[in-house]
Design a binder for this molecule. Structure first.
Ligand code: BGC
Length: 266
C-alpha cells in the first residue's frame, strides 16, 4: 500500500531540525508541497527545501516565530502565495527551558508556554480559518483539512524540573481535543502525536552515553526513537488512511508512557 499526499499542501512549524525536519521530508516524499517553517535557523530549513525541490518536489522555507500573531499571519500568507491552499498543518515548534521550581524564572515559563502552547493555538486557528474558506479538492483528501499537534509523552507523564514544558504539553492535549470537538463537523480532523525520547537536538545530552543508558530503563521497547519513527506516523495521520481518526493522541514512545516502573510488579 502506498500513502499519497499528492495535490496537498502542508505547513510544518519548527521544520529546520529534529522531528520537524524529518516530518517535512517525509510529507514531501509522499507527494505534498511543503512549507518548512524555521525561527532562528534559516539555513538548514532552506537547505531542506532546496533538497526537496532538487528531488522533484515542492518546498519553501518560511521564517516565523509561532508565538507572534504577526509572524503567523505572514507565514500563512507566504504559504498560500507559494502553493495556493493548505491541507495539512503539523504544529511542531517546541522548546525546553529546564529548571527546578526554585530556579525557574517567569521568562523560562513564558518562553515555553508561548512557543509550545500559544504557538499551537495561533497556527491551528489560522489553519482552521484557511480550511474553512477554501474548497475541498476533488483529487485531494476526504477531509477539509488536517491538523497534527506535536505533543509529548509529557502531556500525560508529569516531569519534575520541567513544569513549564509539561504544563505546555498538558495544555496541547486539551487544546487538541477541544478543537476536534469544535471543528470536526466542518470536516477538519485534529489529532496529536506524543513522541517519547527521540534522538534530536532538544535532548541530545540525555540520549547519549551514560545518560542514554539510564534513559533506556524508561523505555520498555529498549531503544531511543528515531525521527523517522515520528515522521512515518505523521504521514499516516495526515493521509486518508487515518480518515476516521479524530481527536486522539498517538503515542510514539517505545512504551515510555505505560508506567515501565511497574514491569516487575511495582
Ligand atoms: C522531550 C525530551 C524528552 C522526552 C522524554 C520530550 O517531549 O522534549 O527532552 O527526552 O520527552 O522524556
Amino acid at each position: 500500500m502506498q500513502i499519497s499526499l499528492q495535490h496537498q499542501v502542508a505547513l510544518v512549524t519548527g521544520g529546520s531540525s529534529g522531528i520537524g525536519a524529518a516530518v517535512a521530508a517525509a510529507l514531501a516524499k509522499a507527494g505534498a508541497a511543503v512549507a518548512i517553517n524555521y525561527h532562528s535557523q534559516r539555513e538548514p530549513a532552506q537547505k531542506l527545501a532546496d533538497k526537496i525541490v532538487a528531488d522533484g518536489g515542492k518546498a519553501i522555507a518560511v521564517g516565523a516565530d509561532v508565538g507572534s500573531q504577526a509572524d503567523v499571519d505572514r507565514m500563512f500568507a507566504q504559504t498560500l502565495d507559494a502553493f495556493g491552499r493548505l491541507d495539512i498543518l503539523v504544529a511542531n515548534s517546541g522548546l525546553q527551558r529546564d529548571a527546578g521550581i526554585d530556579d525557574m524564572t517567569l521568562d523560562d515559563w513564558n518562553t515555553v508556554i508561548n512557543t509550545n502552547l500559544t504557538g499551537q493555538f495561533l497556527c491551528a486557528q489560522a489553519a482552521i480559518r484557511q480550511f474553512t474558506r477554501q474548497d475541498i479538492q476533488p483529487n485531494g483528501s476526504r477531509a477539509r483539512g488536517k491538523i497534527i499537534h506535536m505533543s509529548s509523552v509529557h502531556q500525560r507523564v508529569p516531569w519534575a524540573g520541567h513544569v513549564n514544558y509539561a504544563a505546555s504539553k498538558g495544555g496541547v492535549d486539551l487544546l487538541m481535543q477541544s478543537l476536534a470537538q469544535e471543528v470536526s463537523e466542518r470536516g477538519i480532523r485534529v489529532n496529536s502525536i506524543a513522541p517519547g525520547a527521540i534522538a534530536t537536538p532538544i535532548n541530545q545530552e540525555n540520549t547519549k552515553g551514560e545518560a542514554g543508558e539510564k534513559l533506556l530503563e524508561l523505555i520498555p521497547y529498549g531503544r531511543i526513537g528515531d525521527v523517522e519513527d515520528v515522521a512515518n506516523a505523521t504521514v499516516w495521520l495526515a493521509s486518508d488512511l487515518s480518515d476516521y481518526v479524530v481527536g486522539t493522541t498517538l503515542f510514539i514512545d517505545g512504551g515510555m508512557s505505560v508506567y515501565p516502573e511497574f514491569r516487575d510488579n511495582g
